[in-house]
Design a protein around this ligand. Structure first.
Ligand code: ADP
Ligand code: MG
Length: 135
């Protein structure tokens, strides 16, 4: 397990860059954290490290799947309500590509997602403090 302590948005982006640099070419990353924890912020770091345009990164809540260049896919399962809906997304196609698939709200469908997925958790530590753990 790796841990990062950050105290502002830029440090969380930098942590995202560090984490993304160490990832295998093909992997699934489950991104956990409450609203406002910094999930969208850390995704900008992933985009920077994986050659995508970080200014395109936004909360994917309305569009369930965003492709940020060929190496980063951002998925948000928040609005999905059933396993049947999960399967209609066709995530397997992304899992079979050489890219990092970042999944938000994965805990809703954890049993359907790859068992070897990497977990990144962001926790509030009071004020602007955040603790980021990678498992
Ligand atoms: P989420 O996607 O998890 O809802 P966002 O990344 O959209 O969260 O928002 C995080 C908010 O918290 C931003 O407004 C950001 O400026 C603020 N913030 C304050 N401190 C930090 C920090 N250490 N890391 C990340 N964001 C921080
Ligand atoms: Mg967000």
């Amino acid at each position: 397990m790796r841990t990062f302590e950050t105290s502002n948005e830029d440090e969380t982006i930098a942590a995202g860059v560090e984490i993304a640099k160490g990832l295998p070419r093909r992997c699934v990353v489950l991104l956990e954290g409450n609203l406002g924890a910094g999930k969208t912020t850390i995704t900008k770091g992933f985009a920077r490290a994986l050659g995508a345009d970080e200014t395109e990164v936004s909360s994917p809540t309305f569009t369930l799947i965003h492709e940020y260049g060929p190496r980063l896919v951002h998925v948000d399962l928040y609005r999905l309500e059933s396993e049947r809906e999960y399967w209609t997304l066709g995530l397997e196609e992304y899992f079979d590509r050489d890219c990092v698939v970042l999944v938000e709200w994965a805990s809703k469908f954890r049993q359907l997602l790859p068992k070897d997925a990497i977990e990144v958790r962001i926790e509030h530590r009071g004020g602007d403090g955040r603790r980021i753990t990678v498992d």
